[in-house]
Ligand binder design. Structure first.
Ligand code: MN
Length: 202
């Protein structure tokens, strides 16, 4: 059994004008496909074969660069496509909204903290919203394809929202204007999906 590139649940152009179709097509069909293929090659014949991606990352030998980079890349992009939607944007509601208020003071304070993590992640990486057992939320940034499931990386907890700030995620449309891309990302966040992940991870 090997990992498969998940199909997008929306068209490549469905997130326009926030994320352009060409970027989505290359990002999913080339970058994510590459991480998937390389992950499968890296775990073939090892004790990791057949394990869930979460189990692989949580128990990862961080010196295993092939699985760190490609397993991270596989997991991170699977989450990324799911937490965006053409019907996204707006504000979270219910228990997630309350947890954001409790953890950060307000939605606007969360938004500023998350946006700053995304804008200030030097070079390639990700910004995350994570939930700890008990429901406390945290924001952090991680380099490359690392994520907080990995031992000793970022804020720990379970990622429930993530933004890819590698240049391949935005450069065609935004060039060097990463802050504009981060701002636009909030127009497509699928808060229903983030809320489901919050319930599962808290
Ligand atoms: Mn990417």
């Amino acid at each position: 059994m090997s990992f498969e590139l998940p199909a997008l649940k929306y068209a490549f152009n469905a997130l326009e004008p926030n994320i352009d179709a060409r970027t989505m097509e290359i990002h999913h069909g080339k970058h994510h496909a590459g991480y998937t293929n390389n992950l499968n090659a890296a775990i073939e014949g090892t004790a990791m074969a057949g394990k869930s991606i979460e189990a692989i990352l949580e128990n990862l030998d961080m010196n295993n660069k092939a699985v760190r980079n490609n397993g991270g890349g596989y997991y991170n992009h699977c989450l990324f496509w799911e937490v965006m939607s053409p019907n996204g944007g707006g504000n979270p509601s219910g228990a997630l909204a309350k947890a954001i208020d409790d953890s950060f003071g307000s939605f606007d304070a969360f938004k500023e903290k998350f946006s700053n993590a995304a804008k200030t992640q030097f070079g390639s990486g990700w910004a995350w919203l994570c939930v700890h057992k008990g429901g406390k939320l945290d924001v952090c940034g991680t380099p490359n394809q690392d994520n907080p499931l990995m031992p000793g990386i970022g804020c720990g907890g379970t990622p429930i929202l993530g933004i890819d700030v590698w240049e391949h995620a935005y450069y065609l449309n935004y060039q060097n204007r990463r802050p504009d891309y981060v701002s636009s990302f909030f127009n497509v966040i699928n808060w229903n999906e983030v809320a489901s992940r919050f319930e599962a991870g808290k």
